[in-house]
Design a binder for this molecule. Structure first.
Ligand code: AMP
Length: 470
């Protein structure tokens, strides 16, 4: 399939050509046609799959349709109320929503609202909107996230944003003050909905959705639709098309995974330093479990000469932005971060993701490793684990239904044997099949397999700092 079959308007196909995209990704091919037809969607797709364009392109089609209608009506400023009818919309519950017959408001109101769990993801989505919408005349995107001053956001809202990309807390502030209006929203996107629910945003999402017209189109992206995410979908979506393109159980084809067992903290450091010295490492994203660990590890790596910074939710937003900018323009070779960087971060030159501290939840492992192997490049995801991490390693392997192949580095082999799962009878089960032989500096065991059954999971017995809201 190529983009022509999607019948996208010329300004969008031109932007895709500028971006160098040859053909739609699976999620784009599956989601764009029903989204253009105005359907609600439940989309389960893996990180890095191109999901942002799968909702942003249909969103931009709506913006373009409104531009065309405004031009036909001879208006200098697009009339938001006219935009309730796009060529792709269909009659919805309650005709065109509670505000369909209102006269045009003096300020143009946003048509598209994207909610995202973290500031980083929101900023990434806003940038994608600008990129894919670069040839949409006068496109305006307001990014409403916490941790930054209100002034710029208020100016963006007053100017009449076509698209609002927001984290829920800051959007509610702007709604409360009357600065933001959602009564002309035609399309509501919940990006990484499972993560927003994990972060306790359920009531915020409900309040925000209630402030949008009932006739809106709602599209929801989530790693899973079980539990709360499924219930929220049942509340907010109407006869949605369900799209599951590549679940978390699928291998990240472009990402090689590798596991190193470490005897102790010092051994883990030695392994990290060795990996950071590998010649094929362009840029590395090193994850820690806590904010404090991120700071301490970044300091330590800086002391031994690495160009490195820390990134975590406890830092002011301006500083976080500067650090990310340093990574993008390659002033930094190593970023040490908490899970605040696990989603949304899209820097194609990250060749290595290194789990120095394990994530709190197994699904975050999938998001973390998705920071490498982006835009068609190969990536390496290395996990450094101590024996006490064994339970979490097993949970990750069960979650992904993939084994993370174990490997050793010549001269840095662990003294202790690799931990082994116990069988149900309490006897040692089949060992988890470590990489055959030692490959200096680079493991090459690609033998993915199902984890052994009947495994006992153990709690990790570690403390984690709570992660801040976006
Ligand atoms: P996403 O999952 O939306 O974060 O996108 C992951 C990466 O894939 C980003 O670097 C996008 O620029 C890139 N991408 C999205 N769609 C395509 C496509 N059709 N062809 C090539 N790259 C793409």
């Amino acid at each position: 399939m190529n983009f022509d079959t999607l019948n996208l308007p010329e300004p969008l196909t031109r932007a895709l050509a500028t971006a160098g995209y040859q053909q739609p990704t699976d999620v784009q091919a599956a989601a764009i046609p029903p989204a253009l037809a105005g359907r609600d969607l439940m989309v389960a797709s893996r990180t890095g799959s191109g999901k942002t364009a799968s909702f942003m392109l249909p969103a931009l089609v709506r913006v373009l349709a409104a531009r065309t209608q405004a031009a036909q009506a001879g208006q200098a400023t697009p009339d938001p109320s006219a935009a309730a009818r796009t060529p792709h919309s269909r009659p919805r519950r309650g005709a065109a929503g509670p505000h369909a017959h209102r006269p045009a408001h003096p300020l143009p109101a946003a048509r598209i609202l994207v909610l995202a769990p973290t500031r980083e993801l929101a900023q990434q989505v806003a940038k994608a909107a600008q990129d894919y919408g670069r040839y949409v005349p006068g496109l305006t995107v307001a990014t409403l996230v916490g941790g930054v001053p209100y002034g710029g956001q208020l100016r963006a809202l007053r100017g009449g944003a076509d698209i609002i990309v927001a984290t829920p807390g800051r959007l509610l502030d702007h709604l409360g003050s009357g600065a933001a209006r959602l009564d002309h929203i035609q399309m509501l996107v919940l990006d990484e909905a499972d993560r927003m629910l994990d972060m306790g945003f359920i009531d915020d999402i409900r309040r925000i959705a209630a402030a949008t017209p009932a006739a809106r189109q709602t599209v929801m992206y989530s790693a899973t639709f079980s539990g709360d995410a499924g219930r929220l979908a049942a509340e907010l979506l109407r006869t949605p098309a369900r799209i599951e393109v590549a679940s978390h159980t699928e291998a990240h084809a472009d990402i090689e995974q590798r596991l190193h067992w470490a005897d102790d903290f010092g051994h883990k450091h030695a392994l990290l330093e060795h990996i950071l010295g590998e010649r094929d490492l362009e840029q590395a994203l090193v994850f820690t479990s806590t904010q404090r660990d991120a700071e301490m590890l970044a300091d330590r790596l800086a002391d031994i000469g690495h160009s490195v910074q820390a990134l975590h939710g406890g830092m002011p937003q301006g500083q976080r932005n500067r650090v990310l900018q340093g990574l993008r323009n390659r002033h930094l070779r190593v970023l040490v971060a908490t899970d605040v960087a696990a989603r949304g971060l899209d820097v194609p030159t990250i060749s290595h993701v290194i789990n120095f501290g394990l994530p709190m939840k197994e699904e975050d492992y999938v998001h973390r490793i998705g920071r490498t192997g982006r835009a068609g490049r190969a990536g390496l995801a290395v996990t450094l684990a101590e024996r006490r991490d064994f339970g979490m390693i097993q949970r990750i392997q069960r979650f992904t239904t993939q084994r993370i192949p174990a490997a050793t580095i010549a001269g840095l082999e662990p003294r202790r044997a690799e931990p082994r799962p116990l069988s149900r009878a309490g006897t040692a089960g089949k060992p988890p099949g470590r990489s055959a032989g030692k490959v200096p500096g680079k493991a090459r065991d690609k033998a993915f397999g199902k984890p052994a059954g009947g495994l006992h999971s153990r709690s990790r017995g570690r403390d984690f700092e709570s992660r801040g809201r976006g």
